[in-house]
Write a protein that binds this ligand. Structure first.
Ligand code: GLY
Length: 428
């Protein structure tokens, strides 16, 4: 069976890694992929935006199904184009992907489905933002409506900070069209949980629960990033799980169906667990990055088969291993604002052990023996073990095998969840 993965980052390398262990998958193709994936997959320099060429490639290569990694192709409707031509794929329709593509659509959808979420206002210019912020107490959450590659969310400590953010987005237009409108939202204190499901639109299977570390520096300081590291599984009480399923997951699926929206893929619920219960911060219409890196290895099954079934709308129960995983992101100097490319990576990039390995997020091969940074998040250092503590230790042992000038890496991935009890920890 030949499978195509779209994308090039750490999440897609995690998918390639999981598919390479499948007994059914004979060839893994990636568009565009990266140098770091080449030992496990065939990478092709094709642009997903050239839809006809992509469809041609799938048909000629006899691709069994396509896994769409990032959100942009989903929001642009690529899953619909593939399905129209009889090509199976993992990913929602364009309408379904709007849950991530428009924060305003998502909030209206949550309101319609009576899903617990922070109160909000839609804003489109600075003065309106400053006026409407009187309805909230600081800190304020200001979110660009459209896709902004992880740069569209501002947590503003006071009105001055909010004004600065609103000016950047509405006047300097640093996010382009994605910032034409925005959401102003009440900040919810609590701890964050990445709750991912596989769904065919009717039923769902919950994947091992993960926690991301979004701030750049230890102790949750510094700017927001795409994610500096993850741990899984997070153990939560059955009551909390039932609450999430009944108040958030089921109403989402029911409302998708009510609105006639086809959804076959992953829904990633970004949750804040508050004192009042779970509150939905945002939807993502794809696997998380770097959540995928820690979730996939904990599933006891053949990912080649699981994703094939999902692409065909079939869901079977997910079994999990009694194991834990940690992903420590190793980032380039300048990340997240202006990551430096071309910095030489020193050490043993090929190092792996039963409890550790690297996934490539933004690397490039400079020549036969040398690798350089080629993106913001460069490497994912993976640790797997029987407990979170051992997985964390393994990930840092793995990370110690390479370095580069002015590397950025958090030293506290998982620290809060290992001790003390997660349900009593304020993660943000
Ligand atoms: N780790 C957050 C995301 O994938 O959006």
């Amino acid at each position: 069976m030949k499978v195509l993965v779209l994308g090039q980052g750490g999440r897609e390398h995690a998918l390639v890694h999981a598919l390479s262990q499948s007994s059914l998958v004979t060839e893994i193709h990636v568009i565009p992929g990266s140098d770091g994936m080449m030992s496990q997959a065939l990478c092709h320099k094709l642009d997903w935006k050239s839809t006809e060429a992509l469809i041609d490639f799938c048909l000629k290569t006899e691709i069994e199904y396509v896994v769409i990694g990032p959100e942009d192709p989903l929001v642009a409707g690529l899953a619909d184009r593939l399905r129209e031509r009889g090509i199976l794929c993992v990913g929602p329709s364009q309408e379904g992907a709007k849950l991530e593509g428009s924060k305003i659509f998502a909030k209206e959808f949550m309101t319609q489905a009576k899903i617990p979420t922070a109160k909000y206002e839609v804003v489109s210019y600075v003065e309106e933002t400053l006026k409407k912020c009187e309805h909230f107490t600081p800190p304020y959450v200001f979110k660009a409506d459209g896709l902004a590659a992880g740069k569209g969310v501002y947590i503003c400590k006071d009105k001055e900070d909010l004004e600065r953010s609103a000016r950047e987005v509405f006047e300097k237009k640093i996010l382009g069209d994605a910032g034409r409108r925005a959401i102003l939202e009440q900040f919810s204190p609590g701890w964050e949980l990445s709750y991912l499901i596989l769904t065919n639109g009717n039923d769902f299977q919950t994947l091992p629960l993960a926690q991301d570390h979004k701030r750049l520096c230890d102790h949750d300081e510094g700017p927001n990033t795409g994610g500096m590291g993850t741990i899984a599984p997070l153990k939560i009480s059955q009551n909390l799980r039932d609450d999430i399923d009944q108040k958030i997951v089921r109403p989402t699926l029911d409302n998708l169906k009510k609105n006639g929206i086809l959804y076959r893929g992953v829904i990633f619920f970004g949750l804040m667990i508050t004192e009042q219960g779970p509150s939905l911060l945002e939807y993502n219409c794809r696997f998380g990055d770097p959540e995928t890196q820690v979730i996939l290895p904990l599933v006891d099954g053949d990912w080649g088969q699981i994703l094939k079934d999902l692409a065909a709308g079939i869901l079977k129960p997910i079994q999990t291993k009694n194991m834990a995983a940690t992903c420590v992101v190793m980032a380039a100097p300048g990340y997240p604002y202006s990551p430096q490319k071309g910095v030489k990576i020193e050490g043993d990039l090929q190092f792996s052990s039963p409890s550790g390995y690297f996934l490539h997020a933004g690397t490039a091969k400079a020549d036969a023996n040398n690798w350089v940074t080629n993106g913001g998040r460069v490497l994912c250092s993976m640790g797997i073990g029987p407990t979170l503590e051992e997985a964390q230790k393994a990930a840092y042992v793995q990370a110690s095998k390479v370095t580069w000038n002015r590397i950025q890496m958090r030293k506290d991935i998982g620290a809060k969840m290992i001790k003390p009890n997660p349900t009593k920890t304020n993660a943000n």
